[in-house]
Design a protein around this ligand. Structure first.
Ligand SMILES: [Fe+2]
Length: 249
């Protein structure tokens, strides 16, 4: 069986607005396994104004999730990560070791307010790159300041920023406009990673992957589907350079 990575998932229980308890986490794991997902990066929110799980807490809970999967014969491998809500003091927190990167590598899954201005987003990425991090913009489809301009997409890409879209956005869980946008971005090969951004075991926020991957395989090609679900995530987990949009395998 081919491996398939979900690099953005709120399956860790009791740490954010994702899974509230282990029972829900287990149901999410069962759903993920049915969807063909084999590897999951756990990305609890790192946001201002709310109590956030510490890096040590994330690592400890990742081990607990691994044990839970093994006890239930689920072929899943978990990695610790986070979804960083960017704010200006973030560099200090990273320096102090208060924020975990993706799997302890230089990659940082990053989000903003949906109506954030492009200049602020570009400066934030400049700042993260300046301290040696490689930003991944979480669910690009939520940030019109970025996706509405080809120049902005190109500028961030040339700076070294990677883009992730949510699988549910590609299959229509968030409306027709978002689906059309994501499908266009995928056809243009502007996207480097996929995530379910799952928060629950059922409904539109469940860890759904298969339908999205099938669409990419059919409409864009199996090589690109492999880049998004396997090649780039493996590079991410190992801390190796991911392929930028347009770079072929
Ligand atoms: Fe998320």
């Amino acid at each position: 069986m081919n491996r398939c990575y979900d690099i953005h998932c709120h399956i860790m229980p009791g740490v954010d607005d994702g899974s509230p308890d282990e029972e829900t986490s287990l149901a999410m794991m069962q759903c993920a396994a049915r969807e063909g997902i084999t590897d999951i990066i756990l990305t609890p929110h790192q946001k201002p104004g709310i109590r956030c799980v510490s890096p040590e807490g994330t690592i400890r809970r990742t081990e607990r999730m691994q044990k839970l999967a093994e006890e239930n014969d689920l072929p899943l491998t978990f990695y610790p990560g986070c979804e960083l809500f960017y704010r200006r003091e973030v560099e200090k927190l990273i320096d102090a070791g208060d924020i975990l990167t993706m799997c302890g590598t230089d990659y940082m899954l990053t989000e903003f307010y949906p109506d954030e201005e492009y200049r602020y987003i570009r400066e934030a990425f400049d700042s993260l790159l300046g301290i040696g991090l490689i930003p991944i913009l979480a669910h690009l489809e939520r940030f019109p300041a970025v996706f509405e301009s080809r120049d902005h997409l190109d500028e961030l890409t040339s700076m070294g920023v990677f883009f992730q879209v949510n699988t549910g956005s590609v299959t229509g869980a968030y409306g027709w406009n978002t689906k059309r946008l994501c499908r266009r971005l995928l056809k243009e090969k502007s996207i480097s990673l996929l995530g379910t951004d799952a928060h629950r075991a059922q409904g539109s926020r469940a860890p759904m992957m298969a339908e999205c991957v099938r669409w990419i395989e059919k409409k864009v090609g199996p090589d690109y589907a492999g880049l998004l679900t396997l090649e780039n995530p493996q590079r991410l987990v190992r801390g190796e350079r991911m392929l930028m949009p347009g770079q072929e395998l």
